[in-house]
Design a protein around this ligand. Structure first.
Ligand code: UDP
Ligand code: MG
Length: 314
């Protein structure tokens, strides 16, 4: 039997939290009765500095039913950090931890299969969406493009897997050794190794409330994913630089030949254009390099990745 913990990041989720908690505790009771998970398994909400009643709901749930626990972060740190906090804090308590979003868009009935795979020797079990019909066309399109770009850049992410996955104690302990500040969990977890498997499921609509991932946060996550997993953008700039340089050599040769052959080099538009083009490329290159320097800067500070204000455990 597995001592299973759930890690659920919550940011302003007052509208879905009670419903989700009910569904989860029903599921847990059923799994306990069936002897799949131990009676001291827990459902842990991580309040990522919510501004609404999320924390008071979590406290009430904890009082009503000891299966619920709560961790309160001092302020909003974003989904990835909240989840990281959950995984690191719970790794010594559970045999395995499943991470899932508070809106239960991911199918909680796949818990059984995940636990079964874990008991058969898998250390990581990825939840993979078979269809994305419930997402808007825009979200589907951008998500697909994002997975493709990431893989092209050499970061091995599992297609259509977000952060719904089971990790064993052993995998979590290995994961805890990744001390980086710039985190993109779904790109980091495959780096651990160990035996892994996937379970597929259909993704549902959000139970209630709005997505906490507006376009701006989505783009930030995508950018974080690419730049914290891959140095391919710098390499691309280097390649681009080489091409531009080669082109300029050809231009020089051409203008020398035309000079000696006696036909004048006409027009200064071309000169201005190339100045602007190269100026633009340089700024772009500096920007990309700057991004990585920024990341080095953030990493060397070794700041805490999350700070817990309160842990409703027992
Ligand atoms: N979330 C969080 N901190 C944030 C933003 C989101 O902990 O700053 C949580 C949120 O409560 C939810 C999960 O991250 O449990 C995923 O968010 P959401 O479902 O809104 O994203 P979507 O499914 O629309 O991509
Ligand atoms: Mg969601």
């Amino acid at each position: 039997m597995t001592k299973l913990y759930l890690a659920i990041p919550c940011y302003n989720e007052e509208e879905v939290l009670r419903d989700s908690a009910q569904k989860l505790s029903d599921k847990f009771s059923k799994m306990m009765l069936e002897g799949k998970i131990t009676d001291d398994s827990k459902i842990v909400f991580i309040d990522d500095g919510s501004k609404d009643k999320t924390w008071s709901i979590i406290s009430d749930l904890h009082k009503e039913n000891p299966v619920f626990q709560g961790i309160k972060l001092t302020r909003n740190r974003g989904h990835q950090n909240a989840l990281l906090c959950g995984l690191i804090t719970l790794k010594d308590k559970a045999d395995a931890v499943i991470s899932i979003d508070a809106d239960l868009q991911d199918d909680i009935n796949t818990f059984d299969e995940m636990v079964e795979k874990y008991e058969n020797g898998c250390d990581v079990v990825y939840g993979v969406r078979s269809k994305r019909e419930t997402d808007t066309f825009f979200k589907r399109f951008t998500a697909e493009a994002f997975y493709k770009i990431l893989n092209k850049m050499g970061a091995k992410v599992i297609f259509n897997h977000a952060d719904f996955r089971l990790m064993s104690k052993r995998a979590l302990n290995a994961f805890a050794e990744y001390k980086e500040t710039n985190i993109f969990l779904r790109g980091m977890v495959p780096l651990i190794g160990y035996k892994s498997d996937i379970v597929t499921y259909e993704r549902f609509e959000r139970l209630a409330g709005e997505s906490k991932y507006p376009l701006k946060k989505m783009l930030a996550l995508a950018w974080e994913g690419i730049t914290s997993l891959s140095i391919q953008p710098i390499r691309m700039i280097t390649g681009l630089g080489a091409v531009v340089f080669a082109a300029s050599i050809i231009m020089i040769i051409y203008s020398l030949i035309s000079y000696f052959m006696g036909f004048a080099v006409s027009g200064w538009a071309s000169i201005l254009c190339s100045i602007w083009a190269i100026g633009g490329l340089q700024i772009l290159a500096i920007g990309v390099i700057g991004e990585y320097i920024g990341k080095i800067y953030l990493e060397v500070k070794r700041r805490p990745r999350f700070i817990i204000e309160e842990f409703l455990e027992d």
